[in-house]
Design a protein around this ligand. Sequence first.
Ligand code: XMP
Length: 513
Amino acid sequence: MPKQSILILDFGGQYNQLIARRVRECSVYCEVKPYTTPLAELKAMEPIGMIFTGGPNSVYAAGSPQVDPEIFTWGIPILGICYGCQLMAQSLGGRVTEAADDTAREYGKTETYYQTDCRLFQGLPAQGVSWMSHGDYMERVPDGFSLVAHSDACPNVAICDEARGFYGVQFHPEVNHTEHGVDMIRNFLYRVCGATGDWTMGDYCRTAVAAIREKVGSGRVLLALSGGVDSSVAAALLAEAVGSQLTCVFVDHGLMRKDEGDEVEAAFSRWNLNFIRVDAEQRFLAKLAGVTEPEEKRKIIGAEFIRVFEEEAKKIGQVDFLAQGTIYPDVIESGAGDAAVIKSHHNVGGLPDYVDFKEIIEPLRMLFKDEVRQLGRELGLPEYLVMRQPFPGPGLAIRIIGEITKEKADLLREADAIFRAEIAAAGEDRNVNQYFAVLTNTRSVGVMGDGRTYDYTVALRAVTTSDFMTADWARIPYDLLDRISTRLVNEVPGINRIVYDITSKPPATVEWE
Ligand code: XMP
């Protein structure tokens, strides 16, 4: 049975995929289409409702994006957000102008008052913060519409025509800063469009598998598997879709965390894919011998990674597709619009230049991180892989300050494993976004038993952050730190002092190198 679908008409706003994500979060299928899509094509999709997105233009400006006026007599509900709201207002006989003074021009968090008898706001608080970003103002609302929200500066923050199922909001309900924004979207979907919530990540998975099969045909796919969440879920999805046509190359540079290589390999044993694990520890350690400068370490590892990968790719021969685990936040970060942008750096610097292939596929390109994790679960990947915290491409090399040796890497692996296990056992992993041990290059005097020691200092790093651009050091309970410290010095020979990093980013960074 076909699923109910919501059509998101894209006017070029920066949060458009976030709207799609919110609709999926409400268990409703959706598709984002450019506003230029012919009406007949939109109708053929038989959506139960439409959302008009925001956009950078002013509706009254010459050449601004418009829609076929017939869209408003089609008879399905519409939620217009920001530009989408103004477009609907203007198209139906209202008037939109540039906000005359600063008071009607609103950006950022704004206290907003809602009429909760409107279906969009039913069951929600009558007052709350909304996220505004508009310089235009609806001077006159169209006939049939009423005003259903206002702010201190602006009398017409939301409009609706309940009879036709038309709703417009000047703010962005899709962003987290808007309190109950998701609930407003849910109200639109369920109370207005009659959604039943018939879409699941399982559906997404089946659709994605079918699309990959169709695209790949009998072609061969190559993926560089890092063991991180994104490349692992991409690998699982591709394995599900094309099985033995997929080759995953997992370069183990010997600077992984404890048992990580084995865990990654084990996670893929259930699929009939070609899994190549390259044990390149000695190669990497040889290249890194005597190197202490952080940037040089990174460059050596990046270059060596490409060399190893290239050697493996040559053994495989011609591949048709190079797959990458690019996810939507990467697409935003690289400043991409709808055009296919190839993000070659993703733990793997510049890979596409070095490998012969016809096309790139990025099966996770439209998903957000938590959706990727959910998809991973759907595909049967183990929880430890799906919930894995970020791990830098150069691995432990940038957590061993100074020269890297196998002994130091082994020591750090043990210390890091204990730290992570204790954090998880205490349930602190729910509060902390990234946590790891660093082997400093400092040795100091200690006393153990009756003897003098002169051993390494391990630094513990744990941060809270939402985007890793800024981060705060995590307030881990002292008792837990005490337990970790005791275990580390008792269980890991070569360590006699533990320090906890209490710097935020900025001025520090998350990693030490
Ligand atoms: P920094 O140290 O820059 O780290 O504050 C921010 C986040 O990025 C991760 N990181 C990397 N990830 N390749 C990666 O894939 C790298 O070279 C790299 N360096 C840092 C870091 O672990 C943190 O999550």
